[in-house]
Design a protein around this ligand. Structure first.
Ligand code: M6R
Length: 617
């Protein structure tokens, strides 16, 4: 959470930083600020609200200067106020700092700094960090080897800090320098011909350069003029590996769409094509993955799979659990990454771990992965962001290849995770008892997924009308069974995160064990009711809701015959293979939440209290 950008180059820093921050706003958007070092002073602009508010301020009082730092905040310590917005200046005015993360021992450090005469204008942990850098900068002499005094002060500061950080630091007395460091929060260095840019995400860099260095935990980068040097926490030099970013600036632009969420919903057919491209074997009866780093023999030897993830990504893991158990007949367990890391549950020896994470930076998922690796297990990652921390630390994995997902509500990343889960079930199934014939049929079904999603998207106008009628409700239930129960969970999550309607999801038959008490004419239920072996069971659950006056929206498959008058609204999706059904059934859920949120006047792409990438615990 929080987005940070630092710039050192020949161009004016402020417009570049503002542009970068706008592209990072999905990481946090309650306040923003920028500091530029020019002619021996820091010039700071900070505002509560969006980056646009800072941009507005700068329009009347532009900031000169070719080095600077900027931040878009998701509040942790201290409320949403101008004082708490970053950048922070040390009380002696000599250091400016931006920070993404949480300093856990800030209270003790603050107590110490108060005894040394430092003062505080905000309630943040970041200001404590900033003053501690100032303290070390003042206290320590310049390094004898002629090295950077700012780097030295930052390094000494970080030795005393517990928690997570991605930081950029400027020093008034070192006008040519910028020091950045990371521990637990992402940080990437963009290396342009005449400039260096540091940011939390490549999205903020690609308009300046495609050449990037993904910094690792414990690394510091010291920029001086147009050169940089990376060192690790032991002060040993690190040879930079410069990677090429494949994303283009246009990939993260809104185009003609009103919201990123809607754009990304409609990108799904192409996203699915990209996620499956080149991943079917020549004989078309199984899937292929390049980066698993396990031999077929090793994979076949795994007696159990474990999926850890958070939020939407966890729902993708839960659908994959159904598919792997059904088609490969291997037991699978799913856990909230945040719980797994502290639960210390007993684990079977031949278990293969998967983590699922769009961003690859979710701290709970990363910690769960590290915990499993610490216990000696291999962990594979299903991940979208190339070069993310999870991608780099995993033992192997599968990239989603769906391009940047900007909307805070995950859409195309989710359906591509479902597709990859379905392909994995096929791959593992074909290693065991699935026949060539069933495999061939399965592949043919998966290949239809993009077109089936296109067909489902054609329902958008009808779903928009339904949304108008249901936007006034404050409670909703989402009900599905088997592999569609996680889709019901996802429907409820989508609705609550962007429209702030209270929504819960259950396996449909669970209703009578308690939740049915909620049913009344003011609490609609969204039922996933495809034609399958338990169709009639779900119909019975619907009857129970109808009998109690609960309005019903039914999402069903073409050809299924719902009893006349049972559902108040019927949305029909194409009939399809059960491995593809979760993907197709997701589409109306996404559209319904989107149009309800729009009808309620909610800020769809920047829902309150949320951030896209959750890098704090
Ligand atoms: O980047 P990740 O996939 O690890 O993110 C996990 C969750 O934070 C994320 O899916 C969250 O639930 C989304 N906002 C849901 O739309």
């Amino acid at each position: 959470m929080c987005g940070i950008v630092g710039y050192v180059g020949k161009a004016k820093a402020a417009p570049i930083i503002i542009d970068g921050l706008k592209r990072l706003e999905y990481r946090g958007y309650d306040s923003a600020g920028i500091a530029v070092l020019h002619q021996g002073s820091f010039h700071v602009a900070k505002e509560v609200g969006r980056v646009a508010a800072v941009q507005h301020t700068l329009a009347s009082s532009p900031l000169e200067g070719t080095r600077g730092i900027g931040h878009t905040r998701w509040a942790t310590h201290g409320g949403v106020t101008r004082e708490n917005a970053h950048p922070h200046l040390s009380s002696d005015g000599k250091i400016a700092l931006i920070h993404n993360g949480v300093i856990e021992n800030y209270a003790a450090i603050k107590k110490f700094l108060l005894t040394k005469g430092y003062t505080f204008a905000s309630e943040t942990d970041t200001e404590v960090l900033c003053n501690l850098v100032a303290y070390h900068f003042e206290k320590e002499p310049a390094p004898a080897d002629g090295g950077s005094r700012l780097l030295d002060a930052v390094r000494k500061t970080l030795l005393h800090v517990q928690g997570t950080y991605g930081i950029c630091v400027l020093g008034l007395d070192c006008p040519d320098e910028l020091v950045a460091a990371r521990q637990g929060s992402p940080l990437i260095l963009g290396v342009g011909p005449d400039e260096l840019v540091v940011a939390s995400d490549v999205a903020a860099l690609v308009s300046r350069t495609q050449n990037v260095v993904y910094l690792k935990d414990g690394e510091l980068v010291a920029i001086s003029g147009n050169t940089f040097q990376i060192t690790n926490r032991d002060d040993v030099g690190v040879d930079p590996v410069i990677d090429q970013v494949t994303w283009k600036v246009e990939d993260s632009e809104l185009g003609d769409f009103e919201h990123y969420m809607l754009k990304e919903i409609f990108e799904q057919p192409v996203a699915l094509e990209n996620a499956m491209r080149g991943r079917f074997s020549a004989d078309e009866s199984t899937a292929n993955f390049g980066g698993l780093n396990l031999t077929p023999n090793e994979l076949r030897g795994m007696g159990r799979f474990m999926f850890c993830a958070c939020g939407t990504a966890l729902h993708a893991g839960m659908v994959t659990e159904h598919l792997i158990e059904r088609f490969a007949r291997v037991p699978v367990e799913c856990d909230h990454a945040s719980e797994f890391r502290y639960r210390n549950s007993p684990l079977f020896t031949n278990t293969l771990f998967f983590v699922v994470s769009q961003s690859g930076e979710t701290i709970d998922t990363l910690a769960a992965m590290r915990e499993a690796q610490r216990k000696g297990f291999k962990v594979l990652a299903i991940n979208n962001v190339v070069g993310s921390t999870i991608a780099r630390e995993a033992d192997g994995g599968i990239y989603q290849h769906v391009g940047p997902e900007i909307g805070v509500a995950s859409t195309k990343a989710f359906t591509s995770q479902l597709l990859i889960g379905a392909m994995l079930a096929l791959y593992l199934g074909r290693m065991r008892d699935m026949s060539v014939r069933d495999g061939t049929e399965y592949v043919a079904a998966l290949k239809q997924a993009p077109d089936l999603v296109r067909e489902a998207l054609e329902q958008a106008p009808q779903i928009e009308e339904i949304a108008q009628r249901y936007a006034r409700y404050e409670d909703m239930l989402f009900l599905g069974r088997l592999e569609l129960f996680p889709i019901a969970l996802e429907g409820a999550l989508k609705l609550k995160e962007i429209s702030y309607i209270h929504a819960e999801a259950y396996p449909a038959a669970e209703m009578k064990h308690g939740p049915i008490a909620l049913i009344n004419p003011e609490c609609p239920s969204v039922f996933l009711v495809p034609q399958n072996e338990i169709f009639n069971k779900v119909i019975s659950s619907m009857q129970e809701i109808k009998a109690r006056g609960g309005p019903i929206i039914a999402i069903t498959t073409a050809g299924a015959e719902l009893p006349e008058g049972l559902a108040d609204e019927v949305i029909t999706i194409p009939a399809c293979h059960e491995a593809v059904l979760p993907i197709v059934a997701t589409i109306p859920m996404q559209l319904l939440s989107y149009y309800i949120a729009v009808a309620r006047g909610c800020d769809v792409d920047k829902p309150r209290n949320l951030a896209k990438s959750v890098t704090v615990e």
